[in-house]
Design a protein. Structure first.
Length: 110
């Protein structure tokens, strides 16, 4: 299993594999042609309410992580998307793409 995390804005050379955008919002200034993604799994990202509550405050990280994992387990759509990524990663590299200025502090765990 090979899973790679990449910031979409820093990709001068596209890394091959099954390319998945994992942000809820499309990255500004990047066309779909430029992104060269296979799938956009915006529903895999944390819920808007959870992201808003967290607000990138490090003191809230442990609770955020707990609640996000709970979302992944409790919401059938998120669980299905996560399982799809697991299956994709068995046969090829999966490239998880994000647009934030810094590396996400939590990503879907396989």
């Amino acid at each position: 299993m090979s899973v790679v995390l990449r910031r979409i804005y820093n990709e001068e050379k596209k890394l091959g594999g099954y390319r998945v955008l994992i942000d809820r919002i499309w990255p500004r200034g990047i066309s779909k042609e430029q992104a060269e993604i296979d799938e956009w799994m915006k529903d895999l990202s944390p819920s808007p309410d959870l992201r808003k509550w967290f607000n990138h405050e490090p003191a809230k990280f442990e609770e955020f992580k707990k609640q996000y994992r709970q979302e992944l387990n409790d919401q059938p759509e998120k669980k299905s998307l996560l399982n799809k990524l697991r299956e994709q990663s068995e046969g090829q590299r999966v490239v998880l793409l994000f647009g934030a200025g810094t590396k996400p502090i939590i990503t879907p765990s396989f």
